[in-house]
Design a protein around this ligand. Structure first.
Ligand SMILES: [Zn+2]
Length: 370
């Protein structure tokens, strides 16, 4: 018998096992029976990769050499994220779906077989680790030619509930420290499948940027007694000129010191640590602002913007009272035909140079007629 789990807003999740043992989860609004069977021949699974410490900056680097052979921009007729058809067997056994999440076939991070621990950093003497964690793929719609911005509000609500559910479940795994759902869009930034989808990376270590934000937030709390992110949002509300959208529960702004030609942060007005802490009212109000922001972004030049949209959450076990949930959208598109490349200063030195003022980028986003 197929068991479904009830989530919020009338959404259910049905788990199914794929031919090779991976799990696929259907997130539905109409209690669809999900019984389709994955009939594919099982391929050999790659083993877990290496985790090496870059001792100069104490940052972990996951080595996943087996990923070289993965599918690169297949034609639509061979898309592995479309529903299965008579003439095409894909990753999704069913002939239709709303939102699905399945375990990545070539994951950079995978669950460890044995008891697992992160090696203790000891400069060049740090032991070799294994790249523990989990990588999942999330498909936003069965319609191949669509984008996030074309989704209905109710579909975005299902998508958000899937992100919430994955955050809750993955947080229970003892080897997972941080969960980051994100979407890459556009060939310019290395997207290998054009079907509207995102990924969920669950790390066994705290990623470098989160580690840095955590350290800065802790210093601020110790000296000022306040949560840094809340003060940043308060400043954006005071300054007003970089706000591009808001509703009763959410606000979207171009940050004061943004690093990309178009960078937008979307955050709930009642701050929370992660997706799982969002109230139902917050969740219900997310689709309208999310769709508005994405439509504004594409409206700036009237073209599909390449972007990265990533959820920043507090880590699973530490800093829960220091970091806040926000959705960061960054685009390297400066103008039609012009991209910002992360070159010498940015790539080698980590020092960003912006060609335009964030206030100008916010004004352009606000002026888009929806
Ligand atoms: Zn497709």
């Amino acid at each position: 018998m197929v068991q479904s789990k009830r989530l919020a807003a009338g959404i259910t999740r049905t788990n199914r096992e794929m031919a090779d043992g991976r799990t696929i989860r259907y997130y539905d609004t109409a209690l669809q029976g999900r019984t389709a069977v994955d009939t594919r021949v099982v391929e050999e699974q790659p083993t877990i990769g290496e985790l090496r410490l870059d001792p100069l900056v104490n940052e972990w680097v996951a080595m996943a050499a087996h990923r070289q052979g993965r599918i690169f921009l297949p034609p639509k007729a061979l898309c592995p994220l479309c529903p299965t058809r008579v003439d095409l067997v894909t990753e999704i056994p069913d002939s239709d779906y709303e939102v699905v999440v399945f375990d990545n076939r070539s994951p950079s991070l995978r669950p460890p077989d044995t008891e697992w621990a992160l090696p203790i950093p000891a400069g060049p003497d740090t032991k070799l680790g294994s790249a523990a964690g989990k990588c999942e793929v999330i498909c936003f719609t069965p319609e191949h030619g669509k984008s996030f911005k074309d989704l209905s509000p109710s579909r975005v609500r299902v998508l958000l509930e899937a992100w919430v559910d994955r955050t809750q479940e993955l947080s229970l795994e003892p080897y997972i420290e941080h969960i980051a759902p994100f979407e890459n869009r556009g060939e310019e930034i290395g997207v290998t499948l054009s079907h509207p989808h995102g990924q969920i990376y669950a790390y066994s270590y705290i990623p470098p940027r989160v580690e840095k934000m955590l350290a800065v937030a802790k210093l601020y709390k110790d000296s000022m007694g306040k949560v840094l992110f809340d003060e940043v949002v308060a400043r954006e509300i005071r300054d007003e000129e970089r706000i591009i959208a808001r509703n009763d529960r959410w606000i979207a702004f171009v940050p004061y010191a943004s690093r990309y030609p178009f960078e937008i942060h979307v955050t709930p007005l009642n701050p929370v640590a992660d997706l799982a802490q969002l109230t139902e009212q917050d969740r219900d109000e997310f689709p309208s602002i999310a769709l508005e922001v994405m439509r504004r972004l594409d409206g700036v030049f009237g073209i599909e913007m390449a972007y990265i949209a990533a959820w920043h959450q507090a880590p699973v076990r530490v800093g829960r009272d220091l970091l806040r949930l926000h959705w960061q959208i960054t685009s390297v598109r400066r103008a039609p035909g012009k991209l910002k490349y992360l070159a010498g200063s940015e790539s080698a030195m980590g020092a960003f140079i912006m060609d335009m003022r964030p206030e100008q980028s916010a004004a352009q986003l606000r002026e888009v007629k929806l």
